[in-house]
Write a protein that binds this ligand. Sequence first.
Ligand code: ARG
Length: 698
Amino acid sequence: MEQTAINPEFLMCPADYFEIRYEINAWMEGNTGRSRLSHAREQWRALHEQISRRATVRLMRPASGLPDLVFTANAGLVIGKKAVLGRFRYPERRPEEPLYRKWFEENGYEVFATPPDLYFEGAGDALTDRVEPRIWMGYGFRSVLEAADWVAQALGIETVPLRLVDQRFYHLDTCLLPLGDGSLMYYPGGFDERSRRRIEELVPESRRIEIDERDALDFACNAVQIDGMLVMHRCSPTLAGRLSSRGLRVIQTPLDQFILAGGSARCLCLRLDESAAQAGEKAPSELVRRTMTIEGHLFDNGILVRAMDLIAGGGGSFETLELRPGQRREDHSFARLAVSAPNAGVLEPILAQLLQLGARIDETTEKPARLAKVEIDGVSPDDFYCTTIHHTDVLVDGHWVPVTQQRMDGVIVVDRVGPRAAVSLIRDLRKGQEVVVGVDGLRVIARSKPAGERQTEEFAFMSSAVSSERRVELAVDAVAWEMVQIRKHGGRIVLVAGPVVVHTGGIPALCELARMGFISAVLSGNALATHDIELALYGTSLGVDYQSGLTVHGGHRHHLRAINMIRKCGSIADAVAQGVLKNGFMYELVKNDIPFCLAGSIRDDGPLPETMMDLVAAQGEYQRLLAGAEMVLMLSSMLHSIGVGNMTPGGVRLVCVDINPAVATKLADRGSLESRSIVTDVGLFLTMLLEKVKGMPE
Ligand code: ARG
């Protein structure tokens, strides 16, 4: 075990010009001009005394106008006689770089100049493990992920990138400290989930010292260790006790002036005597990099922002290599990004999501799709690629094969003879089938429209207090026109509806639309049919008189009587045949041979004989009736609408009508790009729609 070197050596820079002049981290915000130079100098002097009592301290000359030069930890990373120079993210600190460089050169270091576009903030974000040949590296706020590769190459030592996610812990040395016995003191909240797991993989539990937020905010991790002594700003008695049981004595020295600038003990001392650790057996860096291109309405539809967010949010990093904005509204924009991730396991989910946005990933699109065999009926191989609503092609034996039965949340089954590919639900998989895993050999065609032409209008409705009636009317106009067009060429319009259609008086209009041939199939539940039949038989819906709007005494039983009556007849169709059911929507469906599927639920009364209580079967029937639909009209049913949205491929027009804007929003969230949402009363909508289609020229 390597103990701390015999003669610890540090580089410090007196605080003569320290002040808060600018704000480049969360601690500095609002603190400009708030530090007191005399206090700062006194605190620095006290720290210097503590350190120089036990170690050699080399001094750098302070420079006026460079207030952060005191934080020598950011000068670079020193291992043996090699110094990898820091490269600052913010221009405020860049003038410090030549001064640090000069110091290293004059003191006989072999200097590695970090490329200008590769931010790397020295030992602030690169901490040498005291036992393993490994450098812990932070990224996310200051240094970039790619710096982990650069440092690994320069020094030939494995680097382990950890992603920082809390802006108060913006440098790695604010929330992690490798100790002399190989243990690691850290604040878990400073890291993303993957990085926390990485730490747990590499450091056994007995060597992990997790600290709480309080101590972390007191910069307890930002301590300088010299043998059995830890110099820091402040430490809770509990933590001091835990450290002392490991043979470490905490020495506290106030550094609040520097904390105003976001730094503490360790930031003020750059360690110069890190020994040249041996290169491990592992590759020095597992960093992976791919280039991707994306084209379309990147800016107005926010696609680029989403792509960038999901790269960063997934633990990766990107560099924009090329960006060509469209010159006019209809024009496409083009972007090429280099995407990096700490390792392949982090990269793959990021790439999968980028693909789903319609991005092309250069290296992966050239490779054939990876296939894995189904071993157990109804169970997919792990790492399956999860489908979206967008058209997808898959590269099999050198051919791009279009995937059929496109829908979201499925997997792609490939049949090499043909070759053919189709989406399947996991539960439908059969042993021996081959499923696409990973992201190789896939291309997704996600078409996008200019923002103004997107059909997701719910926000417009919600935000405009005035003239919303006029806007509803215009939206209905557009729907009516499209319906007439679809009917003209014999296309299919599928209706999804909930019982609110009955309660709000939409039935007469709906019946007429059915008679006019606008409805090809109906997907609903037990309730719509029940209340429609209740209305046909007893003139009420849920016991409310349709004409007067008043609750009928004892009317609540009506819907049960309706169900009972149909059960007596055998089925809805039998009730029509027997002359029991003589009008209403279900009657029209039977009379006009329009297929319907009623999918059951836990809250169903009855149910009606037609209601399918086997939901797997009902989903299958929904899917069958949806095949080839050009438009789906979704009328006030959250559950059925979202269910249908999940089964529908991109390109099918979804029209969602609901008085509750949340339904519209949910549907749009499911990635159904072509959805048009109309926030209004569904009964009024249907009446207006009927009027409009009647007014359209044939
Ligand atoms: N004000 C300085 C900055 O934001 C503080 C640097 C602290 N250094 C460190 N190694 N954490 O850059």
